[in-house]
Design a protein around this ligand. Sequence first.
Ligand SMILES: *Cc1c(COP(=O)(O)O)cnc(C)c1O
Length: 385
Amino acid sequence: MTFAEKFHLRIPGPTPIPPRVANAMNAPMMGHRSKEAGELFVEVSQKLKPVFGTHTDPFWISGSGTSALEAAVVNCLAPGEEALVVVTGSFGDRFAKITERYGYTIHRLDIPWGQTCTRGQLQDALATHPNVRAVFLTHCETSTGILNDIQALSNVIHQHSNALVIVDAVSSLGAVPFAMDEWKVDVVVTGSQKAMMLPPGLAFLAVSQRAWNVIEENPSPRFYLDLIAYRKQLEAKTTPYTPALSLLYGAKEALTMLEEEGLLAVYDRHRLLQKMTRQGVKALKLELLSEDEIASPTVTAIRGDGTQREADALRNAMKKRQMIVAGGQQQLKGKVFRLGHMGYCDPQDVITMLSVLEMGLADLGVKNIFGRGVQAAQEVWFQYV
Ligand SMILES: *Cc1c(COP(=O)(O)O)cnc(C)c1O
């Protein structure tokens, strides 16, 4: 009925790789201390700047997104210091776990999953914990599909403290506008396998001057994750250790694709995919986990209806038809399923995804469902162009 290898990967990472990025990664290996490699590193760093919204020089660690989360923790916090971690889902929770594991005194601001952190909630937490040296935030909380307002939250932090503002933007950068300099964010980290259209294995970071001042004074031991080594080596057009060169060939190509489409058009496309997905899901009478106003353009979380249409049953019914979507994490396990629509994803992909979702609902006994979600999504797309 279908080709075994032609499945549709609609999970919130890893995401599909554009053919020209896959081709670029097949280029022959070269020495990472060569002149050619140096030119590649400078080019990738330059091309990352508009994605982060910074004039600083972004760089990378060969490792998954979590390596950069850990790097942010060990470089920015010194022994005995306190930090505030805003937890809006499982990735905020990961930031908290890393800081705890290193023995820092952390204060968790736990927000009900499916909601964003408000200015007031953050302000209250800062008032209760006036000594925090860093605040950890998540831009898109991939486990729930919400998008925290980093500009507003960063403002609150600067008004009420001297804490560094550290943001996990792993599942948003490259799909959602980010203005690191303007929003006064100190450390931003992202990963290769979400909206950046690359395989897993690279984490990209940008660091403000304010954060570098803290990092330079920080006596915490670190070696592979010592960000100062990465900055110093990038200035010399190289990297401290052998980087994932093939992924960097791909990164140059993927960033060129973002430039060619135009970042604003890329952001518009993700808003369109978000809207098509949500309107389609609503037309199928499924319940979305969060409100439209706080929804992420990159991933949508949907509740089962709590009866026979359990989230996992629906997900398995879709998998039977080569449509791979994600389940819930931690407290949302079995309670939600998640549709990824970031990176190399276009409106046609969303139409296909909804059509298979309808077939899954039909499998579970829902009558007269074919075409309803698809139609709602078509209407959104039709009006858009
Ligand atoms: C995917 C993701 C990460 C990093 O996960 P890795 O598996 O380490 O790449 C971190 N934060 C968020 C918000 C994510 O979506």
